[in-house]
Write a protein of this length. Structure first.
Length: 503
């Protein structure tokens, strides 16, 4: 009888996952454990974890020469989640478990020395891989069950220890599957934070923020220090519509692959605010393991760059491709990964190094050369990818302590109009993850009808302002969002006129 055992696991590589077959063979010879199949250092160290876990679970660790193969051998393997399938393969090879008891199931988990299971990263990717390849059951550490249950169509069983799983597979005890999870209050969690009613004045900027939130448009706020640019940007957390179940799965999956969360679900749209000293790899993604960067962690949410001219030019120029393609390809010597990067870029900047250029109440101390050099830190191609550029003026001091009603009606009204505009876009594009900002030029020609008066105004303005083709279509996209906020079916001259103000 063959002593070769086969246990199924998965390899998360980039945003996708692949089935890995863990094979175990016991032969005569000096007691040893050899792991082959292009595994990294963490997998090589699994030898000691598996040995201690099996022994401390009161199971027999075979005193034979053991070979573990991770197939397919050409696929790079990384991570500690192979501990559990390696241990099970050894138990099957040594006759302590039967191969039939593991059929139709996929296993993943990191073993502690006492046999307990620790949470792993990429549990959603592993669950999707199991479902896609026809496995009916997935065994994971109990701490990962909340994430994995976002994937529908597969039974998820949370395991606390190797001994508990062994008794379950031997039908001596039963681990109940987690069929459903409690509903996540995305709306309640997202409503916390800065609200528009907390900001004094700035009506034009608030209007622009509402347009950006409704159509998922990129926006740049420019003004002197203390004008409220950062507070305006932070209101987007509570203005954006709550995550749908499909969006919540994708966002949680990215954060799990990045190792930021292992045992929880992301309840709200991400708001990422990297420091201006962040490297290009931190922003775009990469490293030795091609991990997702800030542009991917902000997927379906907001990437906030405060004082954008302070970021290195090379870092800013790296944003041009993901802003256009809505995804980022990270290529390294040991592999290539493609991550989604459909985010709202929200940036702020001062008009000059001292911040007071154009301020009627404060004299600017910068020279003309300094002002031009500061403003040129943002290249033309990058500015061309920003839909709305909004000047933010300083609020008069006498208004700062003025009494105001705290009914928060302005924020709730604007939030309702944004949600209504989102539903209109969802019905128009038949997708909950497609916004006006994501329209292509060919799609605009098919789906956005413009009257003769609107075309005449648009063409005249484009010629006078010397708009690029990209800017020309961005005006149409913003005008479409303004019309959706008002519940209008067609784009009018007033909508295009307002959209042109933000160029």
């Amino acid at each position: 009888m063959s002593s070769v055992a086969k246990v199924n696991s998965a390899a998360p590589i980039g945003f996708e996952g692949y089935v890995v077959e863990v094979e175990s063979d016991l032969t005569r010879g000096l007691p040893s454990l050899q792991i082959v199949g292009l595994g990294n250092k963490a997998i090589d160290e699994a030898k000691e974890r598996v040995k201690s876990a099996i022994s401390n679970s009161l199971l027999e660790y075979p005193a034979k020469r053991m070979t573990i193969n991770l197939a397919p051998a050409e696929l790079p393997k990384d991570g500690t989640h192979y501990d559990l399938p390696i241990a099970l393969a050894i138990l099957v090879s040594s006759g302590q478990l039967r191969q039939a008891e593991l059929e139709g199931a996929l296993f993943a988990g990191e073993l502690a020395l006492d046999g307990r299971l620790r949470p792993i990263g990429g549990s959603i990717t592993i669950a999707e891989t199991a479902r896609t390849n026809g496995y009916h059951t997935l065994y994971l550490p109990s701490a990962n069950v909340a994430q994995a249950n976002l994937v529908q169509g597969i039974t998820i069983i949370g395991v606390d220890s190797l001994k508990q799983l062994y008794l379950h597979l031997k039908h001596e005890t039963t681990i109940p599957p987690t069929e459903t999870r409690e509903e996540i209050d995305s709306q309640g969690a997202q409503s916390e934070g800065v609200l528009l009613d907390d900001i004094y004045g700035q009506e034009q900027a608030k209007r622009a923020i509402a347009i950006a939130a409704a159509g998922h448009h990129n926006i740049l706020l420019s003004g002197p220090p203390g004008a409220g640019k950062t507070m305006l940007a932070k209101t987007l957390v509570s203005l954006l519509p709550p995550l749908t179940p499909d969006e919540r799965l994708i966002v949680t999956k990215i954060h799990s692959l990045a190792g930021l969360i292992l045992d929880d679900v992301v309840p709200v749209r991400p708001f990422r605010s990297p420091h201006h000293t962040s490297s290009q790899i931190a922003l775009i993604g990469g490293g030795a393991k091609a991990r997702p960067g800030e542009v991917s962690l902000a997927h379906l949410g907001v990437l906030f760059l405060d004082e954008i001219p302070e970021y290195p030019r090379s870092v800013l120029e790296a944003l041009r491709q993901p802003l256009e393609d809505k995804q980022i390809a990270v290529t390294r010597a040991n592999g290539r990964a493609i991550y989604p990067a459909d985010f709202m870029l929200v940036a702020t900047m001062n008009p000059c190094p001292c911040g007071y250029y154009g301020d009627p109440d404060h004299e600017c101390s910068c020279t003309t050369t300094q002002i031009l050099a500061y403003q040129k830190r943002l290249s033309g191609p990058l500015l061309d990818r920003i839909d709305l550029v909004v000047p933010v003026s300083r609020v008069p001091n006498e208004q700062l302590l003025a009494s105001k009603k705290m009914s928060r009606t302005q924020h709730s009204q604007i939030s309702d109009s944004i949600n209504h505009a989102k539903k209109l876009q969802e019905a128009r594009y038949r997708s909950s993850m497609k916004y006006n900002s994501s329209l292509t030029s060919s799609t605009i020609q098919r789906q956005v009808l413009l009257s003769a008066d609107v075309k005449s105004l648009l063409n005249a303005a484009a010629n006078k302002l010397k708009l690029s083709a990209r800017s020309y279509f961005k005006v149409i996209k913003v005008a479409r969002t303004i019309a959706d906020l008002e519940g209008a079916h067609d784009i009018t001259v007033a909508h295009v006129s307002e959209a042109l103000q933000y160029r």
